[in-house]
Design a binder for this molecule. Structure first.
Ligand code: SAM
Length: 468
């Protein structure tokens, strides 16, 4: 498991020095579990030296090379970091925290961040900082009645909620002693922006939306950039992990996994995950790569677009899936993308392929809740692994399999260990659910008579029960 982002040491990054005008520091998000695959892609394509953190990678890069980073295939979102505070002095007083977060808006290296943002989005305005002023207020009007409604209130927040006053929640305690900026915004030149706050920690007496409101209020007060939650062009990410605070400007308006596929199914895999799986399989020029249960063909398509010297074949038992695959492939071909990929309807437990034809198997297996059932999976996984062993090259053949149903795959892999060696397993986090990615190597044994007998017996039993 990778260390948390809080292990990042800001003095190690040239890009975080404001007197360095040519280098910036990027933060890239990646599916947890695939961090080193993403680091490897960055090393190969950008010649940078990334540091790996849980779900994130960070590196310095020449500013004029940043658009190249947008072409990476393994990562989901990219931010240019404009501030890192390793030990932010949060206190147990809400007003004090508001004031500190509001004032924090004066600290980031906005000039460098905006330069990178302009380069990526092709914004040429030269008057973005024209309205810059000193931050005058202490903090802006808190709106706990709006902000705290949106979130789960942790103990620490509940214990520090402002007093109720009649039916409404009052503003903070010392409104008369501090200068609070009212709701009216400064409206100056510059990008429409919004602040999004991601917060983890048990020490905070405020909510994420409250932090975003204060930090955003500070930015508006300082530069006059208009706040626009819906139609913003600049997204500022305020990240708070306990007392580690960092701020990034988002360089990807849409996450990078939204690509390739136009026809989505119930279990379409993110293209970024597809890329990471393909990369783990290390396809070599001339390899035949098969996805035996391909759904809409997202894995073969990502492979064909990135490791172009191989041939990819995706099959599925369901006709809607193969026609979805067909449309996804044709759509890319129409856009003049050359694609060595095809699709076919088949049953993975009885493939219409000759022995040892495949070099690589990549597959996102049906896993139960959304597709298949756990009992079916055990039978399907076992039968598929035996059949896939038949069509995969001895010794050099390999497979990368993904499933949430880790029990079924572990049991099946144990049973077929004479045919497949499971040499590495990693857990990945997909939307909060932990799936397993299994790397298998084909052994030198062509077939295992014990397994063939088991399959025959299963077939007979099934026939008997259907006859009955
Ligand atoms: C998790 S989905 C794959 C999703 C795919 N990776 C995508 O992004 O669209 C699993 C697929 O396995 C297929 N499947 C289930 N049993 C099969 C079998 N015996 N032979 C071939 N395909 C099968 C299902 O129809 C389903 O499309």
């Amino acid at each position: 498991m990778q260390p948390s982002i809080t292990s990042l040491k800001k003095e190690q990054y040239k890009g975080l020095l404001s007197d360095n005008n040519t280098v910036c520091t990027l933060e890239l998000t990646v599916t947890t579990g695939f961090e080193e695959v993403a680091c490897q892609e960055c090393r190969e394509k950008l010649e940078v030296e990334p540091s790996c953190h849980l779900g994130r990678i960070v590196f310095d890069i020449e500013i004029d090379k940043v658009p190249e980073a947008l072409k990476l295939r393994s990562v989901e979102n990219i931010y240019v970091i404009v501030l890192v505070e390793e030990n932010f002095p949060f206190s147990s007083e809400r007003e004090d925290c508001f004031e500190k977060m509001y004032k924090l808006a004066g600290t980031p290296d906005w000039k460098k961040g905006i330069k990178v943002w302009q380069l990526v989005f092709g914004v040429e305005d030269s008057d973005i900082f024209e309205g810059e002023e000193e931050l005058e207020g202490s903090y802006c009007t808190p709106k706990p009645e709006i902000d705290l409604k949106k979130m789960k209130k942790e103990k620490c927040i509940i214990a520090n909620l402002p007093q109720k006053n009649g039916n409404t929640v009052s503003t903070e305690k010392s409104t008369n002693t501090k200068k609070i900026i009212s709701e009216t915004q400064r409206v100056g030149k510059g990008p429409k922006f919004r602040v999004t706050c991601e917060r983890v920690g048990s020490i905070h007496v405020f909510g994420s939306s409250e932090a975003a409101r204060q930090f955003g209020g500070g930015i508006n007060e300082k530069f006059g950039w208009p706040v626009d939650l819906k139609h913003h062009t600049l997204e500022v990410d305020l990240n708070i992990v306990e007392n580690f605070v960092y701020v990034g400007l988002r360089l990807t308006m849409e996450p990078l996994f939204k690509r390739n596929v136009t026809q989505f199914g119930p279990t379409t895999l993110k293209s970024t995950i597809c890329y990471n799986m393909v990369k783990l399989a290390k396809p070599q020029p001339g390899d035949i790569v098969i996805d035996p249960m391909c759904g809409g063909c997202s894995l073969p398509i990502e492979g064909a677009l990135t490791h172009t010297q191989c041939f990819y074949l995706g099959g599925d038992i369901v006709e809607v899936a193969t026609s979805r695959s067909r449309m996804n492939i044709d759509n890319l071909v129409e856009k003049e993308k050359s694609l060595s990929a095809d699709t076919i309807r088949w049953d993975t437990t009885a493939l219409p392929l000759r022995d040892q034809v495949a070099d690589v198997i990549i597959c996102d297996l049906p896993f139960g809740k959304r597709m298949g059932s756990k009992i079916d999976n055990r039978v399907l996984y076992f039968k598929s692994l035996v059949e896939l062993a038949r069509v995969t090259r001895l010794n050099t053949g390999r497979a990368v399999l993904l499933t949430y149903d880790k029990k079924s795959i572990s049991k099946s892999l144990f049973r077929v260990s004479s045919l497949w060696k499971n040499f590495s397993t990693r857990n990945i986090n997909i939307g909060g659910l932990i799936a397993g990615v299994y790397l298998l190597q084909r052994t030198g044994l062509f077939s295992d008579s014990k397994l063939t007998e088991e399959l025959k017996l299963k077939g007979k039993k099934r026939k008997l029960s259907t006859d009955e």
